[in-house]
Write a protein that binds this ligand. Structure first.
Ligand code: ADP
Ligand code: MG
Length: 330
């Protein structure tokens, strides 16, 4: 089956005064139909830029593509015209942001907004669209759907708003939903309800989800495969169970160290010392080396993302680190 999304060695910069921010460096991410794929990393690692460029939501004059491609549902997103983009956005591919109020117009009733989104992509009557909106809310376990449709966004709780946003993301039978930290702004208990609903909806309709988060607990619970990003690069990827059960990259181990019952070695601190480098001046070599307890002389050279041997199955694993090879040799 063709992937729904294939980001291939995407390298992207933001021009800034006196230089450039290399926000993405040879990032490759593939999502197959129906898969829930995680992207994880600390703040500033390039997760949102990845999500935004996938739907080409960043104004064209604000960034420069240095290389690579994005193929979304067979469309070459970097060269697509406005018409193709409008067809794809909000229909076959939709996006959920961290803050539900960015997706909802505060001055209009929830129902009017939902009907508008539905009718932008489906030729149906207003009454049929209202019926669809009601059903979409019920599918998000909103009991009083008709009442919620009459409300304004500010009249809903944060969790309820995000349910409305997810209902909207599924309004036009998407093949993929890109969710950028969809529950980071919510309380832990509400977070869980919302993520369970997101997963249930994606399973019900067979939509793939690219689930972006800084939280390894979320990755562990809700994703099948994962990409770990650091300083604009993918540093490790593979099936979630394999990567979290036996992380190859010290950065992945460090992200896992805070999780209860995690397998990370005790040597790794609870919080990772240091911080994500300023992307205007990413150090030569491995960008994580300055924070890595296991850095070696060879880390002054950037490690390529290479396949690492994995006994656990057919889905390949990759890591950008010199350690696996060094460990295998010793
Ligand atoms: N429009 C922009 N202009 C300049 N730098 C940007 C812009 N958008 C994002 N960046 C930079 O790109 C890097 C990655 O950002 P982002 O994708 O938002 O990280 P994350 O979502 O992982 O927290 C950050 O260093 C950020 O400052
Ligand atoms: Mg972000």
């Amino acid at each position: 089956m063709d992937p729904v999304l294939n980001i291939d060695r995407l390298t992207l910069e933001f021009p800034i005064y006196g230089g450039a921010v290399r926000a993405l460096d040879a990032v490759s991410i593939t999502v197959r139909p129906g898969e829930i794929v995680g992207v994880v990393g600390e703040s500033g690692c390039g997760k949102s830029v990845t999500a935004m460029t996938t739907l080409r939501l960043i104004p064209d004059d604000r960034y420069r593509v240095i290389g690579g491609s994005i193929t979304l549902l067979g469309v070459d997103m970097l060269s697509a015209g406005e018409k193709a983009l409008a067809t794809i956005r909000g229909a076959r591919a939709s996006m959920i942001f961290q803050e539900p109020l960015t997706a909802l117009n505060p001055t209009r009733r929830v129902g009017d907004q939902m009907v508008e989104v539905i009718r932008a992509h489906q030729r149906i009557s207003a009454a049929a669209a209202t019926a669809r909106a009601t059903r979409l809310l019920s599918e998000m376990r909103i009991a009083d759907a008709a009442e919620v449709l009459r409300r304004y966004p500010f009249e809903l709780s944060g969790g309820m708003r995000q349910r409305v946003v997810i209902a909207l993301a599924f309004a036009n039978d998407p093949a993929i939903v890109i969710a950028d930290e969809p529950t980071t702004a919510l309380d832990v208990t509400v977070q869980r309800q919302v993520l369970l609903l997101l997963r249930q909806r994606s399973r019900d309709v067979g939509a793939a989800v690219l689930l972006i988060t800084h939280d390894m607990g979320v990755v562990s619970e809700y994703t099948e495969r994962v990409y770990v990003m650091y300083a604009g690069r993918v540093v490790e990827s593979g099936p979630t169970a394999a990567v979290l059960g036996d992380p190859a990259h010290p950065y992945t181990r460090a992200l896992l160290a805070g999780l209860p019952g995690s397998v990370a070695p005790k040597a790794v601190l609870q919080s990772i010392p240091g911080r994500v480098p300023d992307l205007r001046r990413v150090p030569d070599g491995c960008a994580f080396a300055p924070r890595c307890g296991q850095a070696m002389a060879c880390c002054r050279q950037a490690p390529p993302l290479v396949a690492i041997p994995s006994p656990d199955g057919p889905v390949p694993r990759f890591a950008a680190c010199w350690l696996p090879a060094a460990e295998a040799a010793s």
